[in-house]
Design a protein around this ligand. Structure first.
Ligand SMILES: *[C@@H]1O[C@H](CO)[C@@H](O)[C@H](O)[C@H]1NC(C)=O
Ligand SMILES: *[C@@H]1O[C@H](CO)[C@@H](O)[C@H](O)[C@H]1NC(C)=O
Length: 439
């Protein structure tokens, strides 16, 4: 068929309005666009091409789209988690297509999350509303209101199409970013095994990079099935900052785009996991009055039925202070790269006038937008879990490095799990090739 006929066969059913109305404020802007509907040439063999990476540039703009979800809490709109350049705001349009390959172009509402730490790029939601949106299977964001039904571009598949009442997992841990040459094998193995003992079934890591030994351990956990690695090549598209403070860490976006991946992880698990834990790779959200996360959450949730966001205080266990007896300085672990958390049982005291930052256990169905230490928009409120009920064991470089052992608190919670923990860590290190199986 010649080109003209193909174009003719693209059916323009309707064009509503030509007036474009722009309303802007600091966080949200809207544009009312003509709604156009086009049908793709009928061709059963053709499949809408899907984006192969999580980060897809929006054509003719400085922005990126990440992934698309139906939000059933907001009348079934399409939410496209995106990375928006705050200095290049422009009208954006949404093209959504049904399985029958009928596509519509509509205006969008862009919501730049309030936490962007002054970096030029920020985690954002591009919201698309329109007729028959419930039947859409694919979507893209464009800058051209006439753009539609172009089969040369890659579309995002729309996820969370149906509400689910039962979940594949009870507890999922989202690790928002792994980057550089991080190679802390022992602490990661101990953390993963500790989380398994506590009742976690699924761990997701957004990975930009890591060291060679850790790579090997990640492969092991992927094969085992508990770990899902989501490639996050943010450094191919932007110059990510390695911290959150733009004064100290120059770059385009805060901490490897951590806020984007945290939000992505929540929507990805909305109907996959009853609860989602949002913490870093060197942190363990540890119940202190319960033996596991299920019993902790059962109590917390029955005491606070409507709450969907549980804030857990972070506490620092300096890796520079070792426990005296040396009983966990095991020969088997001598050559394993990384920190042995069982040797670090000294906890820094809270400081007057300095707030202990929190991480979260959330019901993802009650969160609309999240930041790192709290949620930005949620449907049920949040609850600060008392420190004696649950806190984060965070073994790392000290924050109060001047303190002596006597000025730190002894906190041996991890030792309560010593027998099972040592056994399964050893087993993992054997299965993944770090220890000889004969030991
Ligand atoms: C949506 O899809 C369903 C199932 O394919 C179909 O029965 C229904 O007519 C569609 N609705 C619209 C508005 O296109
Ligand atoms: C989740 O918890 C429920 C209730 O305790 C339990 O029946 C179910 O087996 C758990 N699911 C998984 C995947 O462990």
């Amino acid at each position: 068929m010649e080109k003209g006929k193909v174009l003719l066969s693209l059916l323009i059913v309707n064009i509503i309005g030509i007036l474009v109305l722009v309303h802007m404020n600091s966080h949200t802007y809207y544009i009312q666009a003509p709604e156009t509907i086009k049908a793709l040439p009928p061709n059963n063999k053709f499949k809408i091409p899907e984006a192969s990476f999580l980060i897809t540039p929006i054509k003719d703009s400085k922005h990126f789209m990440v992934s698309a979800f139906i939000d059933h809490r907001l009348d079934g709109v399409i939410r496209v988690i995106s990375i928006i350049n705050r200095n290049s705001l422009q009208p954006l349009y949404c093209v959504y297509c049904s399985a029958e390959q009928v596509c519509r172009t509509v205006h969008t509402e862009v919501q730049i999350h309030s936490d962007h730490f002054s970096f030029p790029y920020g985690a954002s939601d591009v919201i698309c509303k329109g007729k028959h949106i419930q039947n859409a299977t694919h979507v893209i964001i464009t800058t051209d209101k006439k753009d539609s039904a172009d089969l040369k571009i890659e579309y995002l598949p729309i996820k969370n199409k149906a509400v689910q009442e039962t979940f594949k997992f009870n507890f999922t841990v989202c690790i928002s970013n792994l980057f550089g040459d991080y190679n802390n094998v022992l602490q990661f193995a101990q953390t993963m095994e500790m989380y398994k003992l506590l009742g976690v079934q699924h761990v997701v890591i957004y990975k930009t990079g890591c060291g060679p030994d850790l790579e090997k351990l990640l492969k092991h956990y992927e094969t085992e099935g508990i770990l899902e690695i989501v490639p996050w090549p943010i450094d191919h598209f932007l110059n990510p900052a390695s911290g959150w403070n733009i004064k100290h860490h120059k770059g385009d976006i805060q901490y490897y785009g951590q806020l984007v991946t945290l939000n992505e992880c929540i929507y990805r698990h909305m109907y996959q996991s009853k609860y989602v834990l949002l913490n870093d790779i060197d942190e363990i959200i540890m119940p202190y009055k319960h033996t596991s996360l299920p019993s902790l959450m059962e109590d917390l949730q029955s005491a606070h039925p409507s709450i969907g966001v549980f804030l857990i205080e972070n506490h620092i266990f300096p890796k520079t202070q070792f426990e005296e007896s040396g009983k966990f300085k095991r020969g088997e672990w001598n050559n394993i790269p990384g920190v042995n958390i069982m040797e670090h049982i000294y906890r820094e005291p809270s400081r007057k006038n300095i707030y202990n930052p929190t991480k979260m256990i959330v019901n993802p169905r009650k969160v609309e937008q999240t930041s790192v230490h709290s949620s930005l928009k949620n449907f049920g409120g949040s609850f600060h879990v008392p420190f004696n009920v649950c806190r984060i064991v965070h073994v790392r470089v000290p924050l109060q490095g001047h303190l002596t052992k006597e000025q730190l608190f002894v906190d041996k919670r991890v030792w309560d799990f010593e027998q099972e923990l040592i056994q399964i860590v050893d087993q993992t290190l054997k299965l993944s090739g770090f220890l000889k199986a004969s030991i």
